[in-house]
Write a protein that binds this ligand. Structure first.
Ligand code: EPU
Length: 421
Protein backbone atom coordinates (compact mmCIF):
# COMPACT_ATOMS: atom_id res chain seq x y z
CA UNK A 1 0.00 0.00 0.00
CA UNK A 2 1.46 3.34 -0.93
CA UNK A 3 2.01 5.93 1.76
CA UNK A 4 2.03 9.70 2.10
CA UNK A 5 3.93 11.89 4.56
CA UNK A 6 1.87 14.22 6.73
CA UNK A 7 3.49 17.18 8.47
CA UNK A 8 1.89 19.42 11.03
CA UNK A 9 3.86 22.62 10.55
CA UNK A 10 5.33 25.33 12.77
CA UNK A 11 6.91 23.09 15.42
CA UNK A 12 10.38 24.35 16.31
CA UNK A 13 13.27 21.91 15.79
CA UNK A 14 15.69 21.10 18.63
CA UNK A 15 18.40 18.49 19.15
CA UNK A 16 20.91 16.70 16.94
CA UNK A 17 20.61 14.92 13.61
CA UNK A 18 23.22 12.70 11.92
CA UNK A 19 23.83 12.83 8.19
CA UNK A 20 24.02 9.48 6.37
CA UNK A 21 26.58 8.37 3.77
CA UNK A 22 26.44 10.05 0.37
CA UNK A 23 23.82 8.66 -2.01
CA UNK A 24 25.58 9.85 -5.14
CA UNK A 25 28.82 8.23 -3.98
CA UNK A 26 27.20 4.98 -2.86
CA UNK A 27 25.46 4.52 -6.19
CA UNK A 28 28.85 4.66 -7.92
CA UNK A 29 30.80 2.65 -5.34
CA UNK A 30 28.43 -0.32 -5.62
CA UNK A 31 29.02 -0.79 -9.39
CA UNK A 32 32.73 0.01 -8.83
CA UNK A 33 32.93 -2.93 -6.41
CA UNK A 34 32.34 -5.44 -9.21
CA UNK A 35 35.72 -4.44 -10.66
CA UNK A 36 37.48 -6.42 -7.92
CA UNK A 37 38.98 -9.57 -9.44
CA UNK A 38 39.78 -11.54 -6.35
CA UNK A 39 38.34 -10.30 -3.07
CA UNK A 40 35.24 -8.93 -1.42
CA UNK A 41 34.57 -5.21 -1.19
CA UNK A 42 33.18 -3.91 2.09
CA UNK A 43 31.49 -0.52 2.10
CA UNK A 44 30.68 1.22 5.41
CA UNK A 45 28.19 4.03 5.96
CA UNK A 46 25.74 2.88 3.27
CA UNK A 47 22.53 4.92 3.54
CA UNK A 48 19.22 3.18 4.04
CA UNK A 49 17.58 4.32 0.77
CA UNK A 50 15.68 2.68 -2.07
CA UNK A 51 18.38 3.41 -4.68
CA UNK A 52 20.70 1.07 -2.76
CA UNK A 53 18.03 -1.66 -2.80
CA UNK A 54 17.70 -1.30 -6.59
CA UNK A 55 21.48 -1.61 -7.06
CA UNK A 56 21.61 -4.67 -4.80
CA UNK A 57 18.95 -6.27 -7.03
CA UNK A 58 21.23 -5.64 -10.01
CA UNK A 59 24.26 -7.08 -8.17
CA UNK A 60 22.24 -10.21 -7.48
CA UNK A 61 21.22 -10.47 -11.14
CA UNK A 62 24.94 -10.39 -11.89
CA UNK A 63 25.38 -13.29 -9.45
CA UNK A 64 27.38 -11.28 -6.92
CA UNK A 65 27.05 -12.38 -3.34
CA UNK A 66 25.74 -9.50 -1.24
CA UNK A 67 25.58 -9.24 2.54
CA UNK A 68 23.96 -6.23 4.16
CA UNK A 69 24.12 -5.57 7.85
CA UNK A 70 23.05 -2.20 9.24
CA UNK A 71 25.03 0.32 7.20
CA UNK A 72 27.66 -2.16 5.99
CA UNK A 73 27.48 -3.75 2.58
CA UNK A 74 29.76 -6.62 1.57
CA UNK A 75 29.93 -7.38 -2.15
CA UNK A 76 31.61 -10.55 -3.35
CA UNK A 77 31.96 -10.45 -7.16
CA UNK A 78 34.14 -13.55 -7.50
CA UNK A 79 31.48 -15.75 -9.12
CA UNK A 80 29.71 -12.99 -10.98
CA UNK A 81 28.33 -13.40 -14.50
CA UNK A 82 28.03 -10.63 -17.06
CA UNK A 83 24.32 -10.98 -17.92
CA UNK A 84 22.29 -8.27 -19.71
CA UNK A 85 20.75 -5.83 -17.23
CA UNK A 86 17.21 -5.38 -18.46
CA UNK A 87 15.03 -5.59 -15.34
CA UNK A 88 12.87 -2.87 -13.78
CA UNK A 89 15.62 -2.10 -11.25
CA UNK A 90 17.69 -0.47 -14.04
CA UNK A 91 14.89 1.96 -14.66
CA UNK A 92 14.36 2.94 -11.04
CA UNK A 93 17.44 5.15 -10.88
CA UNK A 94 19.81 7.05 -13.08
CA UNK A 95 22.97 5.66 -11.54
CA UNK A 96 22.38 2.14 -12.81
CA UNK A 97 24.41 3.51 -15.75
CA UNK A 98 27.58 3.06 -13.69
CA UNK A 99 27.29 -0.65 -14.46
CA UNK A 100 27.96 0.31 -18.10
CA UNK A 101 31.44 1.57 -17.29
CA UNK A 102 32.19 -1.11 -14.70
CA UNK A 103 31.08 -4.11 -16.82
CA UNK A 104 32.63 -2.72 -19.98
CA UNK A 105 35.87 -2.23 -18.05
CA UNK A 106 35.87 -5.72 -16.60
CA UNK A 107 34.41 -7.81 -19.46
CA UNK A 108 34.83 -5.50 -22.50
CA UNK A 109 31.13 -5.97 -23.09
CA UNK A 110 27.91 -4.78 -21.47
CA UNK A 111 24.22 -4.90 -22.35
CA UNK A 112 21.70 -2.84 -20.48
CA UNK A 113 18.52 -0.88 -20.96
CA UNK A 114 18.22 2.90 -20.66
CA UNK A 115 18.63 4.05 -17.03
CA UNK A 116 15.77 5.93 -15.33
CA UNK A 117 15.90 8.41 -12.43
CA UNK A 118 14.33 11.77 -11.65
CA UNK A 119 12.88 13.70 -14.58
CA UNK A 120 14.70 17.04 -14.56
CA UNK A 121 14.30 17.80 -18.26
CA UNK A 122 16.55 16.07 -20.83
CA UNK A 123 19.40 14.06 -19.26
CA UNK A 124 21.47 12.73 -22.16
CA UNK A 125 24.31 10.24 -21.71
CA UNK A 126 26.11 11.10 -24.95
CA UNK A 127 29.32 12.03 -23.12
CA UNK A 128 29.47 8.67 -21.33
CA UNK A 129 29.10 6.90 -24.68
CA UNK A 130 31.59 9.20 -26.39
CA UNK A 131 34.07 8.30 -23.65
CA UNK A 132 33.54 4.55 -24.11
CA UNK A 133 33.98 4.97 -27.88
CA UNK A 134 37.20 6.90 -27.37
CA UNK A 135 38.50 3.89 -25.42
CA UNK A 136 37.76 1.67 -28.43
CA UNK A 137 34.20 0.44 -27.77
CA UNK A 138 31.33 0.35 -30.23
CA UNK A 139 27.92 1.44 -28.98
CA UNK A 140 24.64 0.21 -30.44
CA UNK A 141 21.13 0.96 -29.23
CA UNK A 142 18.71 -1.84 -30.23
CA UNK A 143 15.20 -2.58 -28.94
CA UNK A 144 15.62 -0.26 -25.96
CA UNK A 145 18.99 -1.73 -24.94
CA UNK A 146 22.53 -0.45 -25.17
CA UNK A 147 25.05 -2.98 -26.43
CA UNK A 148 28.57 -1.74 -25.82
CA UNK A 149 31.54 -3.90 -26.82
CA UNK A 150 35.26 -3.62 -27.34
CA UNK A 151 37.89 -6.05 -28.61
CA UNK A 152 40.29 -4.19 -26.40
CA UNK A 153 40.06 -0.98 -24.38
CA UNK A 154 42.96 1.36 -25.04
CA UNK A 155 43.64 4.52 -23.04
CA UNK A 156 42.94 7.80 -24.80
CA UNK A 157 42.48 11.52 -24.21
CA UNK A 158 38.82 12.44 -23.65
CA UNK A 159 37.58 16.01 -23.43
CA UNK A 160 34.13 16.40 -21.85
CA UNK A 161 32.11 19.18 -23.49
CA UNK A 162 30.22 19.54 -20.20
CA UNK A 163 31.86 18.63 -16.89
CA UNK A 164 29.45 15.78 -16.20
CA UNK A 165 29.65 13.92 -12.88
CA UNK A 166 28.20 10.74 -14.39
CA UNK A 167 30.43 10.74 -17.49
CA UNK A 168 33.56 11.41 -15.42
CA UNK A 169 32.89 8.47 -13.08
CA UNK A 170 31.70 6.13 -15.85
CA UNK A 171 34.80 6.75 -17.96
CA UNK A 172 37.00 6.24 -14.88
CA UNK A 173 35.29 2.88 -14.27
CA UNK A 174 35.76 1.78 -17.88
CA UNK A 175 39.38 2.96 -18.03
CA UNK A 176 40.85 1.25 -14.93
CA UNK A 177 41.55 -1.92 -16.95
CA UNK A 178 42.29 -0.22 -20.31
CA UNK A 179 45.74 -0.62 -21.77
CA UNK A 180 47.81 2.53 -21.23
CA UNK A 181 46.86 5.97 -20.08
CA UNK A 182 43.45 7.65 -20.20
CA UNK A 183 43.15 11.39 -19.60
CA UNK A 184 39.77 12.97 -18.86
CA UNK A 185 39.86 16.70 -19.52
CA UNK A 186 37.23 19.13 -18.21
CA UNK A 187 36.39 16.41 -15.69
CA UNK A 188 33.79 17.14 -13.02
CA UNK A 189 35.29 18.00 -9.60
CA UNK A 190 32.52 16.92 -7.22
CA UNK A 191 33.58 15.30 -3.90
CA UNK A 192 31.75 12.12 -4.94
CA UNK A 193 34.29 11.67 -7.76
CA UNK A 194 37.18 11.91 -5.29
CA UNK A 195 35.57 9.28 -3.05
CA UNK A 196 35.10 6.85 -5.95
CA UNK A 197 38.69 7.44 -7.11
CA UNK A 198 39.94 6.89 -3.54
CA UNK A 199 38.21 3.53 -3.28
CA UNK A 200 39.45 2.40 -6.70
CA UNK A 201 42.99 3.56 -5.88
CA UNK A 202 42.98 1.56 -2.67
CA UNK A 203 41.84 -1.44 -4.75
CA UNK A 204 45.00 -0.99 -6.85
CA UNK A 205 43.85 1.35 -9.64
CA UNK A 206 46.22 4.12 -10.72
CA UNK A 207 44.18 7.31 -10.76
CA UNK A 208 45.57 10.83 -10.38
CA UNK A 209 43.88 14.21 -10.28
CA UNK A 210 40.38 13.34 -9.03
CA UNK A 211 38.86 16.57 -7.74
CA UNK A 212 40.63 18.61 -10.44
CA UNK A 213 39.61 19.15 -14.05
CA UNK A 214 42.21 16.68 -15.39
CA UNK A 215 42.08 13.05 -14.27
CA UNK A 216 44.55 10.45 -15.51
CA UNK A 217 44.09 6.71 -15.25
CA UNK A 218 46.89 4.24 -15.98
CA UNK A 219 45.32 0.87 -16.72
CA UNK A 220 46.12 -2.08 -14.44
CA UNK A 221 45.45 -5.82 -14.81
CA UNK A 222 43.79 -6.73 -11.52
CA UNK A 223 42.08 -5.02 -8.61
CA UNK A 224 41.86 -6.21 -5.01
CA UNK A 225 39.05 -6.00 -2.51
CA UNK A 226 38.91 -3.09 -0.06
CA UNK A 227 37.16 -1.78 3.02
CA UNK A 228 35.87 1.70 2.39
CA UNK A 229 33.89 4.26 4.42
CA UNK A 230 31.60 6.52 2.36
CA UNK A 231 31.80 10.31 2.75
CA UNK A 232 28.80 12.08 4.35
CA UNK A 233 26.03 13.16 1.98
CA UNK A 234 26.53 16.88 1.31
CA UNK A 235 23.08 17.23 -0.25
CA UNK A 236 21.31 15.58 2.70
CA UNK A 237 23.44 17.73 5.04
CA UNK A 238 22.48 20.82 3.04
CA UNK A 239 18.81 19.85 3.17
CA UNK A 240 18.94 19.55 6.98
CA UNK A 241 20.79 22.87 7.16
CA UNK A 242 17.99 24.49 5.17
CA UNK A 243 15.35 22.87 7.39
CA UNK A 244 17.17 24.08 10.49
CA UNK A 245 17.57 27.54 8.98
CA UNK A 246 13.81 27.56 8.41
CA UNK A 247 12.59 26.53 11.83
CA UNK A 248 15.30 25.57 14.31
CA UNK A 249 15.54 26.78 17.86
CA UNK A 250 18.86 24.94 18.31
CA UNK A 251 19.89 22.09 16.01
CA UNK A 252 23.26 20.33 15.73
CA UNK A 253 23.91 18.62 12.40
CA UNK A 254 26.54 15.87 12.75
CA UNK A 255 28.70 13.95 10.27
CA UNK A 256 29.07 16.82 7.88
CA UNK A 257 32.08 18.06 5.87
CA UNK A 258 31.55 21.85 5.97
CA UNK A 259 34.08 22.37 3.15
CA UNK A 260 31.71 20.51 0.78
CA UNK A 261 28.96 23.01 1.59
CA UNK A 262 30.77 26.33 1.31
CA UNK A 263 28.44 27.76 -1.35
CA UNK A 264 25.33 26.98 0.70
CA UNK A 265 26.86 28.12 3.99
CA UNK A 266 27.84 31.51 2.56
CA UNK A 267 24.35 32.01 1.07
CA UNK A 268 22.73 31.10 4.40
CA UNK A 269 25.05 33.55 6.20
CA UNK A 270 24.06 36.22 3.70
CA UNK A 271 20.40 35.45 4.50
CA UNK A 272 20.99 35.96 8.22
CA UNK A 273 21.02 32.34 9.38
CA UNK A 274 22.95 31.88 12.63
CA UNK A 275 25.45 29.04 12.32
CA UNK A 276 28.44 27.75 14.25
CA UNK A 277 30.60 25.73 11.88
CA UNK A 278 32.71 23.03 13.61
CA UNK A 279 35.11 20.44 12.21
CA UNK A 280 32.41 17.92 11.31
CA UNK A 281 29.29 19.60 12.69
CA UNK A 282 27.21 22.70 12.08
CA UNK A 283 24.98 24.15 14.77
CA UNK A 284 22.03 26.29 13.69
CA UNK A 285 20.18 28.62 16.04
CA UNK A 286 16.96 30.53 15.70
CA UNK A 287 17.27 33.54 13.39
CA UNK A 288 15.85 37.06 13.71
CA UNK A 289 14.43 37.20 10.19
CA UNK A 290 15.81 36.14 6.80
CA UNK A 291 16.92 38.36 3.90
CA UNK A 292 16.42 37.62 0.18
CA UNK A 293 19.48 36.44 -1.82
CA UNK A 294 20.21 35.52 -5.43
CA UNK A 295 21.69 32.16 -6.37
CA UNK A 296 22.91 30.54 -9.54
CA UNK A 297 23.47 26.79 -9.67
CA UNK A 298 26.92 25.70 -10.86
CA UNK A 299 29.04 22.55 -10.94
CA UNK A 300 30.98 21.99 -7.69
CA UNK A 301 32.26 24.05 -5.88
CA UNK A 302 29.43 26.35 -7.01
CA UNK A 303 25.93 26.23 -5.60
CA UNK A 304 24.59 22.65 -6.04
CA UNK A 305 21.57 22.22 -8.30
CA UNK A 306 20.35 19.51 -5.89
CA UNK A 307 19.96 22.16 -3.16
CA UNK A 308 18.25 24.71 -5.40
CA UNK A 309 14.81 23.20 -4.80
CA UNK A 310 14.89 23.08 -0.96
CA UNK A 311 16.52 26.55 -0.84
CA UNK A 312 13.70 27.96 -3.00
CA UNK A 313 11.26 27.00 -0.26
CA UNK A 314 13.38 28.77 2.37
CA UNK A 315 13.53 31.89 0.19
CA UNK A 316 9.73 32.18 0.42
CA UNK A 317 10.38 33.13 4.06
CA UNK A 318 12.98 35.80 3.30
CA UNK A 319 12.30 39.53 3.19
CA UNK A 320 12.53 40.88 -0.37
CA UNK A 321 12.96 39.47 -3.85
CA UNK A 322 15.29 36.51 -4.55
CA UNK A 323 16.38 35.30 -7.96
CA UNK A 324 17.24 31.62 -8.52
CA UNK A 325 18.96 30.78 -11.81
CA UNK A 326 19.36 27.13 -12.82
CA UNK A 327 22.27 26.50 -15.17
CA UNK A 328 22.44 22.68 -14.94
CA UNK A 329 18.82 21.56 -15.46
CA UNK A 330 16.69 24.32 -17.02
CA UNK A 331 13.45 22.47 -16.16
CA UNK A 332 14.24 21.68 -12.52
CA UNK A 333 11.34 23.78 -11.19
CA UNK A 334 8.48 21.29 -10.70
CA UNK A 335 8.46 22.12 -6.99
CA UNK A 336 7.29 25.65 -7.78
CA UNK A 337 3.79 24.64 -8.85
CA UNK A 338 3.45 22.68 -5.59
CA UNK A 339 4.73 25.63 -3.52
CA UNK A 340 2.12 27.82 -5.26
CA UNK A 341 -0.55 25.51 -3.85
CA UNK A 342 0.78 26.37 -0.39
CA UNK A 343 0.67 30.13 -0.99
CA UNK A 344 4.20 30.95 -2.23
CA UNK A 345 4.73 33.93 -4.51
CA UNK A 346 7.12 32.70 -7.21
CA UNK A 347 7.32 33.74 -10.87
CA UNK A 348 8.88 31.31 -13.30
CA UNK A 349 10.75 32.25 -16.48
CA UNK A 350 13.11 30.15 -18.58
CA UNK A 351 15.56 28.46 -16.20
CA UNK A 352 14.89 30.91 -13.41
CA UNK A 353 12.50 31.71 -10.59
CA UNK A 354 11.83 35.00 -8.82
CA UNK A 355 10.63 34.61 -5.26
CA UNK A 356 8.91 37.36 -3.31
CA UNK A 357 8.84 37.04 0.43
CA UNK A 358 8.05 36.58 3.09
CA UNK A 359 4.80 34.72 2.46
CA UNK A 360 2.88 32.61 4.92
CA UNK A 361 2.65 29.04 3.65
CA UNK A 362 -0.47 26.95 4.39
CA UNK A 363 -0.69 23.18 4.51
CA UNK A 364 -2.13 21.50 1.41
CA UNK A 365 -1.96 18.24 -0.55
CA UNK A 366 1.20 18.40 -2.66
CA UNK A 367 3.10 15.95 -4.84
CA UNK A 368 6.80 15.12 -4.85
CA UNK A 369 7.57 15.08 -8.57
CA UNK A 370 11.24 14.18 -8.01
CA UNK A 371 13.63 13.58 -5.12
CA UNK A 372 14.70 17.15 -4.30
CA UNK A 373 11.20 18.48 -5.01
CA UNK A 374 10.14 16.10 -2.21
CA UNK A 375 12.77 17.63 0.08
CA UNK A 376 11.59 21.13 -0.83
CA UNK A 377 8.03 20.15 0.09
CA UNK A 378 9.09 18.75 3.46
CA UNK A 379 10.83 22.07 4.18
CA UNK A 380 7.56 23.78 3.23
CA UNK A 381 5.50 21.45 5.42
CA UNK A 382 7.72 22.16 8.45
CA UNK A 383 7.16 25.90 8.03
CA UNK A 384 3.50 25.93 6.96
CA UNK A 385 0.44 26.64 9.02
CA UNK A 386 -1.74 23.52 9.29
CA UNK A 387 -1.14 20.08 7.82
CA UNK A 388 0.74 19.35 4.61
CA UNK A 389 0.33 15.98 2.91
CA UNK A 390 3.13 14.96 0.54
CA UNK A 391 2.25 12.35 -2.07
CA UNK A 392 4.60 10.22 -4.25
CA UNK A 393 7.09 9.90 -1.40
CA UNK A 394 8.86 7.04 -3.14
CA UNK A 395 10.94 9.79 -4.73
CA UNK A 396 12.04 10.95 -1.25
CA UNK A 397 12.83 7.40 -0.11
CA UNK A 398 15.19 7.00 -3.05
CA UNK A 399 17.61 9.45 -1.49
CA UNK A 400 16.84 10.39 2.14
CA UNK A 401 17.59 7.87 4.85
CA UNK A 402 14.54 7.70 7.20
CA UNK A 403 13.94 11.44 6.96
CA UNK A 404 10.64 11.31 8.86
CA UNK A 405 12.15 9.46 11.85
CA UNK A 406 15.13 11.82 11.99
CA UNK A 407 12.93 14.92 11.89
CA UNK A 408 10.60 13.46 14.54
CA UNK A 409 13.65 13.14 16.81
CA UNK A 410 14.11 16.90 16.38
CA UNK A 411 10.54 17.59 17.47
CA UNK A 412 8.84 17.82 14.07
CA UNK A 413 5.34 16.42 13.83
CA UNK A 414 5.75 14.26 10.74
CA UNK A 415 4.48 10.78 10.07
CA UNK A 416 3.75 8.31 7.28
CA UNK A 417 0.23 7.09 6.77
CA UNK A 418 -1.34 4.88 4.12
CA UNK A 419 -2.59 6.93 1.19
CA UNK A 420 -6.33 7.72 1.34
CA UNK A 421 -6.50 7.13 5.10
N1 EPU B 1 25.08 16.14 -19.69
C1 EPU B 1 25.16 16.02 -21.05
N2 EPU B 1 25.59 14.83 -21.58
C2 EPU B 1 25.95 13.78 -20.81
C3 EPU B 1 25.87 13.90 -19.41
C4 EPU B 1 25.42 15.11 -18.88
O1 EPU B 1 24.83 16.95 -21.77
O2 EPU B 1 26.34 12.75 -21.35
C5 EPU B 1 24.62 17.40 -19.08
C6 EPU B 1 23.33 17.23 -18.28
O3 EPU B 1 22.19 17.30 -19.10
C7 EPU B 1 23.42 18.37 -17.28
C8 EPU B 1 24.93 18.47 -17.03
O4 EPU B 1 25.56 17.80 -18.11
O5 EPU B 1 22.97 19.56 -17.86
C9 EPU B 1 25.40 17.89 -15.73
O6 EPU B 1 24.93 16.56 -15.61
P1 EPU B 1 25.75 15.41 -14.85
O7 EPU B 1 26.13 14.36 -15.82
O8 EPU B 1 26.81 16.04 -14.03
O9 EPU B 1 24.61 14.82 -13.92
P2 EPU B 1 24.43 13.32 -13.49
O10 EPU B 1 25.75 12.67 -13.33
O11 EPU B 1 23.41 12.67 -14.34
C10 EPU B 1 24.63 13.82 -10.95
C11 EPU B 1 23.77 13.56 -9.74
C12 EPU B 1 22.57 14.48 -9.76
C13 EPU B 1 23.04 15.93 -9.80
C14 EPU B 1 23.98 16.14 -11.01
C15 EPU B 1 24.57 17.52 -11.07
C16 EPU B 1 24.14 11.22 -9.39
C17 EPU B 1 23.60 9.83 -9.40
N3 EPU B 1 23.33 12.17 -9.78
O12 EPU B 1 23.80 13.54 -12.07
O13 EPU B 1 21.88 14.25 -8.56
O14 EPU B 1 21.94 16.79 -9.91
O15 EPU B 1 25.05 15.19 -10.95
O16 EPU B 1 25.32 17.77 -9.93
O17 EPU B 1 25.27 11.44 -8.98
C18 EPU B 1 20.04 14.14 -7.13
O18 EPU B 1 20.79 13.61 -6.30
O19 EPU B 1 18.88 14.55 -6.87
C19 EPU B 1 20.52 14.29 -8.51
C20 EPU B 1 19.71 14.48 -9.54
Amino acid sequence: MSEVIKIEGQHKLNGSIKVSGSKNTTVALIPAAVLSTREKVTIYGVPYIDDVDSLIELLEELNCEVTQQDDTLIIDPINMKNVPLVSKAVNKLRASYYFMGALLGKYKEVQMMMPGGCYLGPRPIDLHLKGFEALGATVKFENGNYIIKAEQLIGNKIYLDVSSVGATINIMLAAVYATGKTTIENAAKEPEIIDVANMLTRMGAQIRGAGTSVITIEGVETLNGVQHEIIPDRIVAGTYLIMAAAIAEDVLIENIIPHHLEALISKLEEMGVKMEVGVDTIRVKEHNGLEAVDIQTQPYPGFATDLQQPLTTLLTQAQGQSLVKETIYAERFKHVQELHRMGASIQLATAQATINGPTELSGNLVTATDLRCGAALIVAGLIAKGTTTVDNIYHIDRGYDRIDEKLRDLGAVIYRVPKDS
